[in-house]
Design a protein around this ligand. Structure first.
Ligand code: 6PG
Length: 241
């Protein structure tokens, strides 16, 4: 059976809808809301939308515990930093308490940081029956090679801490990354892929339609145990669907 997807005319309309759903989800949950976001260029429009009315005021930011699905092993002020992108476009504009920002310390030794970040997640989040941490919502992107977070095709994480976070290496640039593990992604209560652009449409259509060979893509391996998976895509990304 194919995967659930929603198509939006533009990335802006997608970001508006997703921002509204994030606001509802955070505000309606009693207690802390554990969200993990991805990096790259796609979600920037979402971060900007969340920093604007009505969301920047209406979201109960003090309830939000913010984590990252992956991070490049660079300092936070590096243009490559996923934290840096969220800080520039969102965190610097809203009242999310510092203690709720669980950034990956990209400036530190990757092996040690995978342990530290994994432990931060371990002590912060509730656990599932499998004793792995449960995020309320994980927002993923997808590379045009089918990777997600920093889970690249044909590659396994190294220096993995407690099956929560590990070290990856970008297959082209060689850049070290810290990434959540596939099992943590699949332990979330909800996973949403945000995918825009025609360059991703071919692989996306293979994954959404479960075509033969698509299982080689790490994005295709994201199948939350509770089944709550969706794709929010723009018309460009839906071209081959
Ligand atoms: C990262 C991301 C990564 C991203 C995809 C898509 O650190 O790069 O977490 O998984 O979601 O590479 O990136 P774009 O949105 O830039 O296409």
């Amino acid at each position: 059976m194919g995967k659930i997807f929603r198509v939006f005319d533009t990335p802006e309309l997608l970001a508006e809808k997703l921002s509204s759903e994030i606001q509802t989800a955070v505000n309606e949950k009693s207690g802390s809301f554990f969200l993990s976001v991805s990096g790259g260029s796609t979600p920037v429009i979402l971060f900007k939308e969340l920093a604007h009315p009505p969301y920047y005021k209406n979201i109960s930011w003090d309830k939000l515990e913010l984590f990252w699905c992956d991070e490049r092993c660079v300092p936070p002020d590096d243009k490559e930093s996923n934290y840096g992108s969220v800080d520039l476009n969102l965190l610097s504009k809203v009242d999310l308490p510092e203690k709720n920002i669980h950034r990956v310390r990209g400036e530190d030794d990757p092996n040690k940081e995978a342990v530290r970040y994994g432990m931060d997640i371990e002590v912060s989040l509730p656990k599932g029956k499998n004793d792995l941490p449960v995020f309320d919502w994980i927002l993923l992107g997808m590379g045009d090679d089918g990777h997600t977070a920093s889970l690249f095709p044909g590659q396994s994480l190294i220096s993995v801490y407690s099956n929560i976070a590990g070290v990856a290496q970008h297959p082209v640039s060689g850049q070290k990354r810290i990434s959540l593990t596939p099992d943590v992604l699949n332990n979330a209560r909800k996973v949403t892929f945000m995918v825009t652009g025609k360059n991703k449409s071919k692989i996306l259509s293979e994954i959404i339609n479960d075509l033969p060979g698509s299982s080689a893509y790490p994005s295709a391996a994201v199948e939350p145990l509770n089944g709550n998976l969706e794709f929010m895509i723009d018309k460009e990304a839906a071209f081959y669907l």
